[in-house]
Design a protein around this ligand. Structure first.
Ligand SMILES: Nc1ncnc2c1ncn2[C@@H]1O[C@H](COP(=O)(O)OP(=O)(O)O)[C@@H](O)[C@H]1O
Ligand SMILES: [Mg+2]
Length: 393
């Protein structure tokens, strides 16, 4: 069961050392894996930035440090117990058989560790990883170029797989099922088809919108797992681990305060930790404590529950503008002048999870908790009937 250990290890280990840039590969870049993909570069997720959401924008600094903070091994990965356990079994079994891991679909809100898991699978399997994202694969040719260069057992990671164009998705079906693709040349009576065999690989797809993936594609994933928000205890572990890696002194109360404001999301915990570190270094003696965290985050517009300005504007829109709801997401997006996608991906999941809003068939409703939290009284049934002018209370 000899695997191409050493050679592949060198590839998979690219982002491995705790160094700022994962670049400088010992091998020249692979032909055909052109700009639509990156080979062996940890952390090259395609989630992009989101405007208008201070906390969620991914800057260069964040991308580089994320590479350092990203767990490399399953044993280092905090939380998501069941997902980690079942992936661990799949990996061990595949290794024993000398086979590739079954295709894996990971879904859940941004920043919970999907990209990290894709890299971990490659690392644990001791294989290479090629990463790309749904929107980067514009044509069938982009996909074929990547597929035909995959090596035995490689992980092929497609981020935002729900944004894969339909035509490209169709090529993927036979590739993941039969490890072969049919390429058609010419049209009409000249048409010739050429079937190319592929090495057996593992497709790892990540998405924030499982609902937008077509069922033929979804059914082809043998392993489908949802990632959930992290508990306070898990977030505290994330903060302690990252603080140790960044060599930032933080006391236990500081750890808890950062975790509490991280909206259940490791990426946000890391981001807050960096902001508070900067603040502690400039304004204080460098040690992160509870008061330092509170001061720093007030400056960042992040409140005690981790709600950002946008979160609060979202809730205020539902409560003040739409009398507590129910109201459609498009209407909220129009008032806030934000993309609906931003609200669906970045704002809503946590507000739902934290019990600030409810999703009903008629739209979003603010809960009692939201009214209480913002100190805004509920609109009575009579008031609703009497109010003809939108936007007035
Ligand atoms: N289980 C975890 N343990 C520790 N840190 C984590 C974990 N999951 C994610 N992170 C941190 O959060 C960041 C974001 O994770 P990422 O995998 O990019 O999220 P996603 O792909 O789901 O948006 C990573 O850079 C990593 O530092
Ligand atoms: Mg990602």
């Amino acid at each position: 069961m000899a695997r191409e250990g050493t050679k592949k290890q060198a590839q998979a280990g690219q982002g491995d050392a705790l160094q700022p840039t994962p670049g400088g590969p010992s091998k020249p870049p692979k032909v055909g894996t052109g700009p639509a993909s990156e080979r062996c570069r940890a952390g090259s997720g395609g989630e992009g930035g989101v405007k208008g959401q201070g906390l969620l924008i991914k800057g260069k600094e964040e991308v580089e440090e994320a590479l350092n903070l990203r767990p490399r091994r399953l044993a280092e990965y905090i939380g998501q117990g069941q997902v980690v356990e079942s992936l661990g079994i799949a990996i061990e079994a595949a290794k024993k058989r000398g086979d590739a891991v079954d295709h894996v679909l990971l879904y859940g809100p941004p920043g919970l560790g999907k990209t990290t898991l894709a890299h971990i699978i490659a690392k644990e399997m001791d294989v290479g990883i090629v990463t790309t994202s749904g929107p980067a694969l514009e044509k069938g040719g982009d996909l074929i170029g990547i597929l035909t260069h995959l090596k035995k057992g490689d992980v092929f990671f497609i981020d935002e797989i729900h944004r894969l164009p339909r035509t490209v998705e169709e090529y993927l079906y036979s590739a993941v099922e039969d490890f072969a693709i049919s390429i058609v040349f010419d049209k009409g009576s000249h048409a010739r088809s050429y079937r190319s065999r592929l090495e057996k690989f593992t497709l790892v797809g990540a998405t924030t919108r499982a609902g937008l993936i077509s069922s033929p594609l979804r059914e082809r994933f043998g392993i489908q797992r949802a990632l959930d928000f992290y508990t306070m205890e898990e977030l505290c572990r994330v903060v302690r681990r990252s603080a140790a890696l960044l060599q930032v002194p933080v006391d236990e109360e500081g750890v808890v305060e950062i975790a509490r404001r991280s909206r259940g999301t490791p990426r946000i915990a890391n981001r807050i930790l960096r902001r508070v570190r900067d603040y502690a270094q400039v304004r204080h003696a460098g040690v992160i404590t509870r008061p330092v965290t509170q001061e720093a985050l007030e400056l960042e517009g992040i409140d005690g529950e981790g709600l950002t300005t946008l979160d609060k504007k979202f809730l205020e829109t539902v409560i003040i503008h739409y009398k507590g709801g129910p109201v459609g997401l498009e209407a909220i997006a129009a008032v806030l002048q934000e993309e609906t996608d931003t609200l669906v991906d970045m704002v809503e999941p946590f507000l739902l999870k934290a019990g600030f809003i409810l999703r009903t068939p008629k739209g979003r409703k603010a809960t009692d908790k939201a009214h209480g939290y913002l100190g805004l009284p509920k609109t009575s049934a009579e008031e609703r009937q009497l109010s003809f002018l939108p936007g007035q209370r």
